[in-house]
Design a protein around this ligand. Structure first.
Ligand code: ADP
Length: 474
């Protein structure tokens, strides 16, 4: 753990395991409420100095973090693959994206502008300033254990907030490796703090109830997000929540079905399906169903499952046994209710795979709304396909979810593209595009997918308060 510029030990530790083979990747300190409070104290004491530093000073330190992350891209990526499982190429991509978020915030720190507002009174002026919220707490998930951390800490630090992070218990080593970089970059003590814990409850409780914490940013499941939101409610603590998703992926009859299948194949199996923007309901117009399915099956047949450190692997393990069981239960439920298994549909446990948590890339056709997979997030390598006949029907079905994070649509009709962009009730919409995300673009959802945005200008606003000054000038 890293508190007030020091690496500290509690005596208790826990292990981080490799999901590809069950081996121990490393050991970290096991913290609780006491360490969380210590970290908040350090962050609170450092706040005035950090908030009072210039944006140029904060920017320079973040720039240094960016440089160090790039220098360590390969070892960070290898650690990420060992601890989380994604193939090495994807891990290198995550480290680059995570570093890019830091650089973007280093640049944007200098552009946190205020404004003046014309007053109706001639002897009066209005000035609007942006102030850092105060101590910001962050809780991050295991699916992107490097980029989720920088996506929260970089804007917080750029805005002038001090921060305390609790990373997911499955991936604490990635967070620790990033904090080695923060330490080396030379942030003043207490500005950025790390509390690792096997049990997230007590640390989360401190973040929600300690009045010195002014802001909580959480990425994870909708259930935990709601729990944290209610725990923060008595103090009306500011919240950013990036929660679950259930993305529709729509292929119209005017789209190129082979191109759409390529996009789906890349998107659905990225991170073994363990992303909140992964397509969970794939709506294909009946007229292009056959060529789409053919192209998709061909791509899926080429996916190689295994340890992400090995050459040529495209699909790594799921994070743990419970994840495999959840995927298997959803597939069985769908098959029991009449879905058609086109490919996969099984736990992979032959030979070396048996030591890890692998699930076969799976293609299901004939999905309908009373199957669990139609409503529940899968977080696994399963592509559930539905046929549709017209635009109005598919838009209604796509929006028929409590989630509202990402949606995708393939069409070559410009009017239809615009109608879908405007009609889909989701925070991010990809039109013939599987990656509507970037450090400069706002990431986040509507409905039960969350509150607030990460990335872009809006990502920094999440850590700022607006203050208006009225000046009577005589
Ligand atoms: P997942 O189901 O994807 O693991 P979670 O929402 O359980 O998603 O985990 C996301 C993050 O939330 C992790 O850092 C985890 O430790 C944390 N978390 C889980 N439960 C709690 C809780 N009760 N209080 C605070 N943090 C929690």
């Amino acid at each position: 753990m890293y508190i007030n510029g020091q690496w500290i030990e509690t005596g208790a530790t826990f292990e981080s395991l490799n999901p590809a083979d069950g081996s121990v990747v490393g050991t970290v300190q096991d913290g609780g409420a006491e360490q969380a409070r210590q970290a908040v104290t350090a962050a609170q004491e450092a706040f005035a100095g950090w908030a009072g530093s210039t944006a140029y000073q904060r920017s320079a330190l973040l720039e240094r973090v960016y440089q160090l992350m790039l220098e360590r891209r390969q070892p960070l990526a290898e650690l990420l693959t060992r601890e989380q499982g994604k193939p090495l190429k994807a891990a290198r991509g995550e480290v680059a994206a995570a570093a890019d978020a830091v650089r973007w915030c280093a640049e944007e720190a200098k552009r946190v502008y205020g404004e003046t507002i014309p007053s109706a009174r001639s002897n009066h002026r209005f000035i609007v300033n942006r102030h850092p919220v105060g101590v910001a707490a962050a809780i991050t998930p295991w699916n992107f254990p490097i980029s989720m951390v920088t996506r929260k800490l970089a804007p917080a630090l750029a805005a002038g907030c001090t921060a305390v992070l609790k990373p997911a218990e499955a991936t604490p080593l990635c967070a620790r490796a990033l904090f080695e970089i923060f330490d080396e970059a030379g942030f003043p003590p207490g500005v950025v703090n790390l509390v690792t814990a096997r049990d997230p409850g007590p640390v989360g409780e401190v973040f929600c109830t300690d009045r010195r914490v002014r802001k909580l940013s959480f990425t994870g499941s909708t259930a935990v997000g709601k729990h944290l939101a209610s725990a923060c409610a008595p103090q009306l603590k500011r919240l950013s929540l990036e929660l679950g998703g259930h993305a529709p992926f729509i292929v119209f009859e005017d789209a190129d079905p082979v191109q759409a299948a390529k996009g789906l194949g890349l998107l659905k199996f990225a991170n073994s399906g363990q992303t909140c923007i992964s397509p969970n309901r794939i709506f294909v117009h009946r007229a292009v169903m056959q060529p789409f399915m053919e192209a998709l099956s061909q791509r899926m047949a080429k996916l190689r499952v295994g340890n992400g450190l090995e050459d040529g692997i495209n699909l790594g393990p799921l994070i743990n046994r419970a994840a495999v069981e959840k995927v298997q239960a959803q597939v069985e439920d769908a098959l029991g209710k009449g879905a058609e298994l086109k490919q996969g549909g099984e736990v992979l446990d032959e030979g070396n795979l048996g030591r890890g948590h692998f699930y076969a890339p799976t293609l299901l056709a004939g999905i309908d709304p009373d199957m669990r997979i139609y409503r529940e997030e899968t977080f696994g390598p399963v592509a559930p396909i539905l046929a549709f006949d017209d635009e109005e029907q598919v838009l209604a079905m796509a929006n028929d979810t409590d989630y509202g994070l990402a949606a995708y649509c393939y069409t070559r009709d410009l009017g239809r593209a615009m109608r879908m962009f405007e009609g889909l009730e989701f925070g991010m919409v990809g039109i013939n595009d599987i990656d509507p995300t970037a450090a400069a673009a706002p990431f986040g959802g509507v409905k039960e997918s969350g509150l607030g945005r990460e990335g872009g200008r809006e990502g920094i606003q999440e850590y700022l308060e607006t203050r208006v000054g009225g000046f009577a000038i005589g």
